[in-house]
Design a protein around this ligand. Structure first.
Ligand code: KDG
Ligand code: MG
Length: 402
């Protein structure tokens, strides 16, 4: 199965998506997501200028060898741009191999470990009332796990909460817009939000919350402790995960489960947190952590310490990533939950998908491969449009973590 063509499709049906398409001599093709939000063109250049030309003539069946070639070949290992490019290639090859075997991808990975895949969606509100209404809406759609973000009195624009009831879209402007932050106001308010939600909806719902890296270790410890009565499924990205030693302090103070990893791209980013039992869920994704090939290694390693998967699945991860992620989730023994932020109708007009949603759970479908395809004619109607993630400042103007 010689590779005869390898190309990138860049399209913007409401947001930018980068898709790798690899074709073999017998006309089979596979696709993989290589979208890196706000830095899409860097990945396109990395692929077009360096990676894809070197794949022509190689045997598409040798996924592991090609993974090692793209990883070790440039000498410069890891990093979000290179690893997202590698993921695009890897997932396209898994898609191809499964199509060649006439099997859905999960079968090739070892078969399914469960009947359906639990997903969590987002409930965001500008105040407690709107947040309760958003939780109710998600619950009615069947979700049993819901991530809750709420506007904070006195903070104008905050992570995860769009103004005027619009759908949340992280890359919201041509050049970075600015959000503001006050840890003091946030910490004083957020436990009340969860108190209200538990009061209204009882103990059964799985509740999640994303701090988006904004606290210091001792502040995260306080939040984890104060949220304990509301039994969160997880508290996500409580602090930046650069100096991972700091998680020890959080862990010493709270039994609130911790989730980290959506911006990790290597198994080496995960090692310390997992082997020191500092987290409970690893949030690496197929698209940003080196494809199915590395995700399997991360999950197997995590299983040794009882850490479960909880893959990132915001709208900036394309339907191609979602398709591949769901096959991975169907198989992975130590599955926890899958994030699901629904794509718009316009986005879905460019991608066809076999995966199905019912009552808060997904199944990946039985189509050979990962079951997601791209309509290139539709994709060409939506040219790339630069979009940037926001930055975040403290009230005194200091640039903070977004
Ligand atoms: O591109 C950044 C988004 O994917 C991210 O901000 C979303 O934190 C996020 C989440 O948990 O979905
Ligand atoms: Mg997050």
């Amino acid at each position: 199965m010689k590779i005869t063509d390898a190309k990138v499709i860049l399209t913007c049906p409401g947001r930018n998506f980068v898709t790798v398409k690899i074709t073999t001599e017998d006309g089979l093709y596979g696709i993989g997501d290589a979208t890196l939000n706000g830095r899409e063109k860097s990945v396109v250049s990395y692929l077009e200028d360096y990676v894809l030309p070197a794949l022509i003539g190689r045997d598409a069946q040798r996924i592991e060898d090609i993974w090692q070639f793209v990883y070790r070949g440039p000498y410069w290992r890891r990093g979000p741009v290179g690893m997202t490019a590698l993921a695009g290639v890897d997932v396209a090859l898994w898609d191809l191999k499964a199509k060649a075997a006439n099997m859905p991808l999960y079968q090739l990975l070892g078969g399914r470990s469960r009947d359906r895949i639990m997903t969590y969606t987002h409930a965001n509100g500008e105040d407690i009332e709107a947040t309760l209404a958003a939780v109710e809406k998600a619950r009615k759609q069947g979700y049993q796990a819901i991530r809750v973000q709420c506007g904070i009195p006195g903070i104008d624009k905050i992570y995860g909460v769009p103004k005027g009831g619009k759908a949340y879209e992280p890359a919201d402007a041509d050049l970075p817009s600015e959000e503001s932050w006050s840890t003091h106001k946030y910490l004083n308010f957020i436990p009340r939000v969860f108190e209200e939600i538990r009061r209204e909806f009882g103990p059964d719902l799985h509740l999640l919350h994303d701090v988006h890296h904004r606290l210091t270790p001792i502040e995260a410890a306080r939040l984890g402790k104060e949220l304990e009565p509301y039994h969160l499924f997880w508290l996500e990205d409580a602090v930046p995960a650069e100096n991972q030693d700091v998680f020890k302090l959080i862990r010493q103070h709270t039994t609130t489960p911790l989730a980290v990893g959506e911006i990790f791209n290597s198994i080496h980013d995960c090692r310390e947190l997992i082997q020191n039992q500092l987290i409970d869920y690893i949030r690496t994704s197929v698209v940003h952590a080196g494809g199915i090939t590395q995700m399997r290694r991360i999950a197997d390693f995590a299983s040794l310490w009882g850490v479960r998967t909880g893959s990132h699945g915001a709208t900036d991860l394309s339907p191609v990533c979602m398709g591949a992620a769901l096959h991975f989730d169907y198989w992975v023994p130590n599955f926890g939950v899958q994030e699901h932020m629904p794509h718009s109708e316009l986005m879905e007009s460019v991608f066809t998908r076999a995966y199905q949603f019912e009552d808060g759970f997904f199944t990946p479908g039985e189509t050979p491969g990962h079951g997601v395809d791209i309509d290139e004619v539709e994709a060409a109607k939506y040219p790339y449009k630069r979009a940037s993630l926001p930055v975040n400042r403290l009230e005194d103007g200091t640039l903070w973590h977004w």
